[in-house]
Design a binder for this molecule. Structure first.
Ligand code: AMP
Length: 283
């Protein structure tokens, strides 16, 4: 496994892999790698011949009050995980390498970036779509692997790739959870023991919503209330949103007739946590 810092070296390595007839998989990350990230690497390893993992804490997707400076950067541990999970190349650019000269061009997906996290984190998706476009152009992979945990991100990125005709398939992998159901996240390390316990209510609230659907509930507003009541009963949780939305358009669902996303975001101390499930009443 090679770890490289420059765009030029990535291009050369990927071109050599292509000349050897290999297919290329890309796993974009911000590092502080965990089982969620390694599940993406494992999926890429199975599907592609040459796996590129990028580790870049992208400053343009953090708001001014967010945790850019505090974001964990355990590089040695990250490289060990990449090695263990069969990455061929790890791309670790500096901010200067990615944004060295003044950038006059940005990529923006409209509408899909407005609700949910877009409303709470203005500019966030703008940063995500621009950096992903850059990574897609640098690596020129056949497939890029993203986690369902960031559900809105997957919808936005799929639309970006379709609208701008990237010759790239977006593969969405299931959310990896701890044994008690909490979605694994780099930000879970901000939680103390009590908060870590309280955090399990996010997934519990989603499971309660799934049970209500199984018992016949179809109204989006009622389902939202079920989730919200569970979350609001936990004093340490500050609910940002609870939403039952169409899984493709992210518009609110009045009555559940097809695949919907039930998504939550809450603050717990300094950590902002998100989680979601997809529910489909057609199957
Ligand atoms: P991040 O480093 O947080 O930007 O995440 C990089 C990629 O890993 C994104 O596609 C995330 O959706 C994915 N990811 C993060 N946590 C999980 C998880 N618990 N399960 C599956 N994928 C995840």
């Amino acid at each position: 496994m090679d770890s490289v810092e420059t765009i030029m070296v990535v291009r050369h390595a990927v071109a050599a892999a292509r000349r050897a007839g290999k297919t290329i998989g890309l796993v974009p990350t911000m590092g502080a790698l965990h089982a969620g990230h390694t599940s993406l690497m494992d999926a890429a390893r199975v599907a592609c011949d040459f796996v590129v993992v990028s580790i870049f804490v992208n400053p343009t997707q953090f708001g001014p009050q967010e945790d850019l400076e505090a974001y964990p950067r355990p590089l040695e541990d990250d490289l060990a995980l990449c090695r263990d999970h069969g990455a061929d190349l790890v791309f670790i650019p500096s901010v200067d390498e990615m944004y060295g000269r003044e950038t006059l061009t940005h990529v923006e997906v409209t509408q899909l970036t407005e609700p949910l996290c877009g409303e709470k984190r203005p500019g966030h998706f703008h940063g995500v779509t621009t950096v992903c476009t850059k990574l897609f152009n640098i690596v020129q992979a056949d497939q890029a692997f993203f986690g369902q945990k960031d559900a809105q991100q997957t919808v936005v990125i799929k639309r970006l790739v379709a609208d701008l005709n990237f010759p790239l398939e977006i593969v969405v992998c299931p959310t990896v959870r701890a044994r008690d159901g909490l979605a694994i996240s780099s930000r879970n390390r901000y939680l103390n023991t009590a908060q870590r316990h309280d955090a399990t209510h996010l997934y519990r609230s989603l499971c309660a919503c799934r049970r209500a659907i199984e018992q016949g509930e179809r109204q989006g507003a009622v389902l939202e209330r079920i989730v919200r009541e569970i979350l609001e009963a936990v004093p340490s949780l500050e609910v940002e949103y609870v939403a039952v939305v169409d899984a493709d358009t992210l518009t609110p669902v009045k009555n559940l007739t097809h695949a919907a996303l039930v998504a939550v975001a809450a603050k717990l101390g300094s950590a902002r946590l998100i989680d979601n499930i997809v529910v489909d009443v057609t199957g």
